[in-house]
Design a protein around this ligand. Structure first.
Ligand SMILES: Nc1ncnc2c1ncn2[C@@H]1O[C@H](COP(=O)(O)OP(=O)(O)OP(=O)(O)O)[C@@H](O)[C@H]1O
Length: 331
């Protein structure tokens, strides 16, 4: 069953265009010039119940605008949108009860309350019956291993602990759809990995449909079997995530940190150095050579080593750049 359906979905904004200088400001008081921006353009999208979909695109691509239309925060300019059978912008209570939004950069927690109190507060907000509340709470406490944090004030928690709480609060009422925006932002690699594990578990155990927006390609690669790439408001790829990376990702970025100043010899593998200080080296290597290079680099005893995927901007450029690539062919 399709839980999200859009057809020719379009959102245009009118933006005041101020002319430069004081003269421009004064002129603007009398006559205003506007420019029209098409943030989402004729977008067709269907998502089945239970899917875990990555929504990716460079800054300003239209991701947030799309999610705002799917959650009813803004109305489309034209086209059709249906989420769980509702027109989101009607903002029916039944609709709002069935989805959740978690944003890595915005918190819905009350920093002075303990987690126990916060959860109880959200129980009341969502009107969750006591028995259901207890069972959901226990399920998440166990899943996220947060038993010892229940009576801790939110403000004293680490970023990773707080993100777990954001997810518990959002999922307490068992929503059918979860919209996630940058859930691992600012987290170290251990905490990010943990959060990814929980999200996978929630998707599998509860069948929650998840739409994940992230600039971290590692999140998308680890979690989403399907990816939707948008650029300038239009869909430019919709399909298998593995194929997306296989086809459009050429390099990996490897960062090494050392406890003492280190000068690396010429290491070959066609490596190009992105930045270099005595304590930190960041380099780019073709994805085929990455693991071989890693085993060589380990011999220099780095105190930390990380491997990152290419950023979405580079992937988008390749999608455009590939001769004959068309959406029909890819998806
Ligand atoms: N309320 C608004 N009024 C005018 N223009 C807007 C409004 N909201 C978004 N836009 C414009 O629409 C375009 C898409 O913005 P949107 O926030 O959806 O992009 P995004 O893909 O979420 O970007 P980011 O990754 O930077 O968050 C941008 O050019 C933005 O400036």
């Amino acid at each position: 069953m399709n839980i999200i359906e859009t057809e020719m979905l379009t959102k245009r904004f009118r933006r005041y265009k101020k002319q430069a200088g004081i003269a421009g400001s004064i002129k603007g008081l009398i006559k205003r010039d506007y420019e029209e921006i098409t943030s989402v353009s004729e977008l067709d999208l269907t998502i089945k119940e239970g899917e875990f979909v990555g929504l990716i695109g460079p800054n300003g691509a239209g991701k947030t605008t799309l999610v705002k239309m799917l959650t009813g925060i803004i109305a489309p300019t034209s086209g059709k949108v249906s989420v769980m059978g509702y027109y989101p912008n009607d903002l029916k209570n039944d609709f709002k009860q069935q989805y959740a939004v978690v944003m890595g950069q915005k918190s819905q927690l009350f920093f002075d309350l303990t987690v126990e109190d916060t959860l109880r507060l959200f129980k009341e907000i969502y009107g969750i019956p006591e028995a259901e509340y207890q069972s959901a709470k226990n399920f998440f406490i166990e899943l996220f291993h947060v038993k010892e944090l229940m009576n801790v004030q939110v403000r004293t928690m680490s970023l990773g602990e707080r993100m777990k709480m954001e997810l518990i609060v959002a999922l307490l009422h068992n929503p059918r759809v979860l919209f996630l925006d940058e859930p691992t932002i600012g987290l170290d690699s251990v905490a990010s990995k943990q959060i990814r594990g929980f999200l996978r578990e929630i998707n599998e155990a509860k069948g929650t449909t998840i739409m994940l927006t992230s600039h971290y390609m590692e999140d998308i690669k680890a979690l989403c079997s399907r990816s939707v790439v948008i650029n300038h408001g239009s869909k430019i790829y919709d399909g298998n995530t593995e194929q997306l990376f296989e086809r459009y990702q050429k390099h990996k970025k490897i960062s090494l940190t050392f406890d003492a100043p280190m000068e690396l010899p010429e290491i070959g593998f066609g490596v190009s150095m992105i930045s270099e200080t005595p304590y930190k080296k960041v380099m780019k290597v073709s994805k085929e050579k990455a693991s071989e290079l890693l085993s060589v680099l380990m011999k220099f005893n780095p105190s930390d080593i990380s491997v990152e995927e290419e950023d979405i901007g580079t992937i988008v450029e390749r999608i455009y750049g590939e001769e004959g690539s068309s959406l029909d062919e890819i998806s």
